[in-house]
Design a protein around this ligand. Structure first.
Ligand code: COI
Length: 359
């Protein structure tokens, strides 16, 4: 089925003056555009009632499944203003495909990738004025799917709601583009073999927060998780994938094991790094090798990547009883970042066919 959308424009659109103010300093995830998309799935009828409507609160019964059993998944991708004034999104099909892998793992219904993309396009077209044109800012799209069946029986919900909301986005980190600090979590793990680590589900993020708070308490902005079995192999950060750069220019990132999120930016990095002449190794990475490598200089850069974070260079790696500091000069992360961002903003050709023109 191809989803059909009805459109109900908001009677109270944000004024151009207020919108200009918001777009001048959007931060991350604080302000939402005038509209949202909602669609309902019920068993056995499937998807129906897709509508673009005014952004606003949902009214939900307190016994709605999502409040109790956490059956929920989400995605994140961005829309970018192009040099000709049009709008394009970055790899929305890849996010749509991952959304379906997450849905399968959480016993949620499939949403055809074409519908996922068309739904986001419909919202972007409605709120086109919310796509910033200055600097590296963009409009962050947050599609999500939640169990909206009412009742306390534990079973896959027979009623589900799909929503897309949008928020203008600048830098994810409050510190802007300076280097971020990372806390190595030794007590908590994020995902175990056979678990939901590769799915983009709210529960993974909920499980990361106690470690994230430990990181904050220790002066760090992100937390690094190790594998749940040996507590030795690097997995990922609370909200992004991790890379190390060896002094010979080789890029290394943890291989996808089923417990790591299959980052769309991570995947783009593999190809862009090769385009820029780097060798890329996807393999297990021992945290001790990273600590020693940074100390000896054999690892010259560490950086995080994700849709929200883009490419964020890491300045410090800290753990209970120790820390190592990375050089402030980050030529590799900077070049990768420029290559990615220029492609997304239409300032260089897109040899990969990643950009999806919306309007
Ligand atoms: C994104 O980068 O889009 C994410 O989903 C991570 C976010 C939770 C910070």
């Amino acid at each position: 089925m191809t989803m059909e959308f009805s459109v109900e424009p908001t009677p109270t659109p944000t004024s151009p003056e207020r919108l200009a103010e918001i777009l001048a300093a959007p931060g991350f995830g604080r302000v939402f555009s005038d509209h949202m998309l909602t669609a309902t799935w019920t068993h056995p009828d499937g998807w129906h009632d897709a509508q673009v409507r005014p952004y606003g609160p949902l009214s939900l019964d307190p016994a709605t499944h999502i409040f109790h059993y956490g059956q929920a998944i989400f995605e994140g991708f961005k829309a970018y203003r192009q040099p000709d004034g049009g709008i394009a999104t970055f790899r929305p099909e890849a996010n749509g495909a991952r959304f379906n892998r997450s849905a399968a793992r959480l016993s949620l219904p499939e949403l055809p990738v074409d519908d996922f993309v068309a739904a986001s396009d419909a919202l972007i077209r409605q709120d086109a004025a919310w796509v910033p044109s200055a600097g590296e800012a963009s409009l962050y799209l947050r599609p999500f799917m939640v169990a909206t069946e009412v009742g306390l029986g534990v079973h896959p919900a027979q009623e589900v709601t799909f929503l897309v909301i949008a928020s203008p986005a600048g830098s994810y980190f409050a510190s802007g583009s300076s280097q971020v600090s990372i806390w190595v979590s030794e007590d908590y793990t994020r995902a175990a073999p056979g678990g939901t680590g590769a799915a983009k589900c709210g529960g993974n993020y909920a499980a990361s927060l106690v470690a994230q708070q430990e990181g904050i308490d220790n002066g760090c902005e992100q937390v690094l998780f190790l594998d749940a079995v040996e507590r030795r192999w690097i997995e990922e950060l609370g909200g992004m994938n991790l890379w190390a750069v060896r002094d010979d220019g080789t890029l290394i990132t943890p291989e996808l094991t089923g417990s790591i999120l299959e980052g769309v930016t991570r995947d783009a990095m593999v190809l862009i790094a090769k385009e820029l002449g780097h060798e890329v190794e996807e393999r297990r990475i021992d945290i001790d090798d990273v600590r020693k490598g940074v100390d000896s200089g054999q690892i010259s850069e560490v950086f995080a990547c994700g849709t929200a974070a883009v490419i964020a260079s890491v300045g410090t790696l800290k753990w209970r009883g120790g820390e190592v500091t990375l050089p402030a000069d980050t030529p590799v992360a900077s070049a990768l970042r420029t290559a990615l961002v220029d492609l997304q903003h239409g300032r260089r050709p897109d040899p990969y066919g990643w950009m999806h023109r919306v309007c």
